[in-house]
Design a protein around this ligand. Structure first.
Ligand SMILES: Nc1ncnc2c1ncn2[C@@H]1O[C@H](COP(=O)(O)OP(=O)(O)OP(=O)(O)O)[C@@H](O)[C@H]1O
Ligand SMILES: [Mg+2]
Length: 411
């Protein structure tokens, strides 16, 4: 289903357009706006595929806005509408990068079809963008590992949702590597059925190049994310050596802008290799003593390995849990700044896993989804562009605090 956003200040036109589009089998109207001042901030959070923008839209200059949207979202479909467009209007629309112009009053039998065609073009454009040939300039890859010494703290939840946001909102080729070699679960979280996994790579190590690598990846259709899945059977895990991990990352770097790695909490040599070859490590922790204790040990190890604050980012999961430890306590205890917070939301997290649909897609307006979008914008070095679209934007929500950590701070 292509997701359409309508923006038109005329109530009747908006209504007609909505009905016309809803009659199309492959189109879904996600929202309609009667003015444009906040439109550009909704494209990402609502996962819009095509925006239908009227020239008379209040609050903005529609042509300007179209140009800006084209710059920010390279795959987005942009359709302009307008009363009696002049030749200059059409030219301006074209120059702004619009995909189509539909004169008003809309021909309801053809308008739906025209917009469906644009939606189809968006899909093709996404696929093209996902292969580096279409990108501008050489690929400058960034490898981000999600790690925690603590099991069950939310690594896979974060890795899957983060990778999906990066794939969708950067428009750049993005791949998620499931390095839980024994019990990988990324395929379940994304509801994909990999035909090949990293176990297949080892049989072709000698010929491994970027082209061959593509054949081991599984596409997640809804986001254009590519996935290198973990072996289907735990006994294959041992065959994946540090050499394989190193080579896989090296080859993936040739064609992907973002490489996200989900890791196991057990610090085996393949995990260490991945951390070593990462540009950034998201060290995930939680508000409990065991997690903090383990995180402190992991931070000490990373400091020994000379991973600096540019490389290691501390992220606090379930940051609003009321457990008598506050985020400030965490920073003091670990002597490390928290870069980002993810609130607790059991309902959203659990439905998402059960349905195999990452919540950044199925529930984009929730605080938990927005908190992960923020992390993605940090990864893209575009944090200034991030706007929290949840009804109540999230920050650190200190709770309790106080003495419980007193004994622990010493060492
Ligand atoms: N912020 C959150 N709010 C609610 N539930 C969460 C949150 N983060 C994680 N969970 C839930 O906690 C459980 C464990 O998460 P996940 O599988 O991502 O952890 P993990 O660190 O990858 O575990 P493992 O070490 O076993 O690989 C999942 O059911 C997940 O939905
Ligand atoms: Mg996991």
């Amino acid at each position: 289903m292509a997701r359409i956003l309508i923006a038109d200040s005329d109530d009747a036109s908006r209504q007609i357009l909505r009905e016309t589009l809803e009659a199309q089998p492959k189109l879904e109207v996600v929202d309609d706006l009667d003015e444009g001042s906040e439109l550009s901030q909704l494209i990402g959070p609502l996962n819009v595929d095509v925006v239908v923008l009227d020239l008379g839209l209040r609050g903005v200059d529609a042509i300007d806005l179209a140009g800006k949207l084209r710059g920010q979202h390279r795959a987005l479909g942009i359709v302009l509408t307008g009363d009696e467009p002049t030749f200059d209007d059409l030219r301006a629309a074209l120059r702004a990068g619009a995909d189509d112009f539909l004169p008003k009053p809309l021909e309801t039998d053809t308008a739906g079809q025209n917009i469906a065609e644009v939606a189809q073009r968006v899909e093709q454009r996404r696929a093209l963008l996902a292969t580096s040939e279409f990108g501008s300039g050489p690929v400058h890859a960034k490898v981000v590992a999600v790690y925690s010494p603590q099991g069950g703290v939310g690594k896979s939840m974060l890795a899957a949702n983060l990778a999906v946001v990066l794939a969708r909102e950067s428009g750049r080729p993005t791949v998620l590597v499931d390095l839980n070699l024994q019990f990988g679960d990324i395929d379940l979280m994304l509801n994909i059925t990999p035909e090949r996994t990293v176990a297949a790579v080892i049989q072709r190590m000698n010929q491994l190049d970027a082209d061959l690598m593509e054949s081991f990846l599984t596409l997640h259709d809804d986001s254009n994310l590519k996935v290198l899945a973990a072996p289907a059977r735990p006994e294959y895990a041992d065959t994946i050596t540090t050499f394989v991990v190193e080579k896989v990352l090296q080859v993936l770097r040739e064609r992907h802008t973002y490489i996200v790695i989900d890791t196991p909490s057990f610090l085996q040599d393949t995990t260490l290799t991945a951390l070593d070859h990462s540009d950034e490590i998201i060290l995930l922790t939680a508000l409990d003593l065991l997690a903090l204790h383990n995180t402190k040990t992991a931070l000490a190890m990373m400091q020994k390995l000379r991973y600096g604050p540019d490389k290691v980012k501390l992220v606090l999961n379930r940051s609003n849990a009321d457990v008598g430890i506050s985020p400030e306590d965490v920073e003091q205890t670990l002597e490390y700044d928290i870069s980002a917070y993810i609130p607790s939301d059991g309902r959203v997290a659990v439905t998402s896993v059960n349905e195999g649909e990452p919540f950044v897609l199925s529930q984009p307006k929730t605080q938990i989804a927005q908190s992960i979008r923020r992390i993605a914008y940090q990864v893209m070095d575009r944090e200034a562009e991030f706007l929290d679209e949840s009804p109540e934007p999230v920050g650190p929500t200190p709770s309790g605090g106080g003495g419980i950590l007193g004994w622990f701070r010493g060492g």
